[in-house]
Design a protein around this ligand. Structure first.
Ligand SMILES: Nc1nc2c(ncn2[C@@H]2O[C@H](COP(=O)(O)OP(=O)(O)OP(=O)(O)O)[C@@H](O)[C@H]2O)c(=O)[nH]1
Ligand SMILES: [Mg+2]
Length: 288
């Protein structure tokens, strides 16, 4: 089992020149009332990352679930030191992205949904896209020709409609911001996450808009989407919430210019930290 603290020493014994080790990865799983499948999600994600040869951790962010999600996730984590769990009050899925990004220790951060409808085995395709296309962010996309999706017609229409809206409003170089498998270089999230405001809907879009405006390269990779959840949860009301939050992101981006203004402080903070770290004789973090 390779945790994030094993520093890729598996190559040293072989006579061959070592292959470039893969970057380490933190997989973040937002979870809200997922007692039916959270344990399976954690073990299958760990297995997939292990088999793909990553040094990894899996972090479940339970968002104040009212069912047994937290206890089941904690029980699963007790079996494997690479699995971590955090609980908290209910703030919305976007907050899980922000909290997860804050705690991630990997060089890469993978976001995935707890229902495994976009299985983390597919990380290899996203990873190859990241390396081969020199990308900073790779998102799984349902709207690529080679994607295979088991989705009801209503959801497909919503996906295409949302893509047309996003293209018109934001000119993002991608087709599908909503799929539950996204790979970020951690430094992108360090700049993007403190700028984000959306806690519930359209948080994926808000993060990607910010990454794009900061000049990071975002590419897409095809995905296979299966139907695992016994009871679909997305309805018309969710679509209306997403549309509302999307309008708010547009307003903040182009009219209020909130992200540019808030971002100046975020970047100054990060620059200060780097300057101080570069001069410090005390190793970071200070308590290690
Ligand atoms: N932290 C947090 N996570 C949430 C919340 N709502 C949903 N999630 C998680 O977000 C992920 C995606 O949620 P889903 O309900 O599967 O949404 P979806 O895939 O768009 O819709 P389905 O087709 O019904 O699966 C899952 O891991 C959920 O547990 C929330 O309010 N807070
Ligand atoms: Mg789902």
């Amino acid at each position: 089992m390779m945790s994030l603290s094993d520093r890729g020493q598996q190559d040293t014994a072989s006579a061959q020149p070592p292959a470039t080790p893969k970057l380490s990865i933190s997989a973040i799983v937002p979870a809200f009332n997922e007692e039916w499948g959270i344990a399976r999600c954690m073990t299958e994600t760990a297995e997939a990352l292990e088999q793909l040869g990553f040094r990894y951790e899996v972090i479940v962010i339970d968002d104040g679930s009212s069912d047994d999600t937290l206890a089941r996730a904690q029980a699963a984590a007790a079996e494997n030191p690479c699995l971590r769990v955090a609980g908290g009050t209910h703030l919305g899925k976007g907050s899980a992205l922000i909290r997860g990004a804050h705690s991630a220790r990997g060089e890469l951060v993978l976001f995935l949904d707890a229902d495994l409808e976009v299985h983390p085995r597919q990380l290899e395709i996203l990873y190859r896209a990241l390396i081969d296309q020199h990308a900073d962010v790779v998102i799984g996309s349902k709207l690529m020709r080679s994607s295979r999706i088991d989705y009801p017609l209503k959801r497909r229409i919503l996906s295409i409609g949302y893509y047309l809206l996003i293209r018109t409003l934001f000119r993002l170089p991608i087709h599908d911001t909503q799929t539950g498998l996204k790979l970020y270089r951690r430094e992108v999230l360090e700049r993007v996450a403190p700028r984000l405001l959306v806690k519930a809907f359209a948080h994926d879009l808000e993060a990607l808009v910010n990454a794009h405006r900061l000049g990071y390269r975002i590419v897409e990779a095809p995905v296979v989407v299966t139907r695992e959840r016994p009871f679909p949860r997305i309805g018309l009301l969710t679509a209306l919430h997403v549309a509302w939050d999307t309008a708010a992101v547009w307003y903040r981006t182009y009219l209020l210019r909130y992200y540019d203004r808030a971002g100046a402080l975020v970047d100054a903070n990060l620059a200060t930290r780097e300057q101080l770290r570069a001069r410090d004789s005390i190793p970071y973090p200070i308590d290690e």
